[in-house]
Design a protein around this ligand. Structure first.
Ligand SMILES: [Zn+2]
Length: 142
């Protein structure tokens, strides 16, 4: 299986985090589309906390608007301007959204023991017991 997610995509997410949230807390995402376009977005946190949107949301909506497929996603975060930049696995809701483009979508996950470093996992590796599998063939594969 071809690996799409690379350091260049991680760097785009980090650059956006640094530019949009200089010296402060921030969360940013970068994604490759099937035609290798890069879509980016940042988290949205209005005063009403429940209105918050994950950093991935904007890029996911942009892909849908452009009728493109997401093939890889990275999310980076830091809690303060002096905190290390950490790789975040997409949350459960974003995983559901990314599954729209199949179980082979690649996501960056923090390496075990060092959240500043990343590994690549497909969604099916992140969620081997994904609920939709119940509706698939007995071997569970698409
Ligand atoms: Zn999310």
């Amino acid at each position: 299986m071809a690996v799409n997610l690379d350091q260049a995509l991680v760097d785009v997410a980090i650059d956006l985090l640094e530019k949009r949230f200089p010296g402060e807390e921030g969360i940013a995402a970068a994604m490759y589309t099937n035609d290798k376009e890069i879509l980016t977005s940042v988290f949205f946190e209005p005063e009403w906390g429940s209105g918050m949107l994950c950093a991935e949301t904007g890029a996911i909506c942009e892909a849908e608007k452009l009728s493109k497929r997401i093939v890889a996603s990275v999310c980076v975060s830091r809690q303060t301007g002096s905190s290390p930049i950490l790789i975040l696995t997409p949350c459960g809701i974003c995983q559901e959204r990314l599954f729209h483009w199949g179980q082979d979508v690649e996501v960056a996950v923090p390496t075990i023991g060092d959240g500043t470093k990343w590994d690549v996992k497909t969604l099916k590796e992140v969620q081997p017991y994904y609920w939709v599998n119940a509706f698939k063939q007995p071997d569970g594969r698409k």
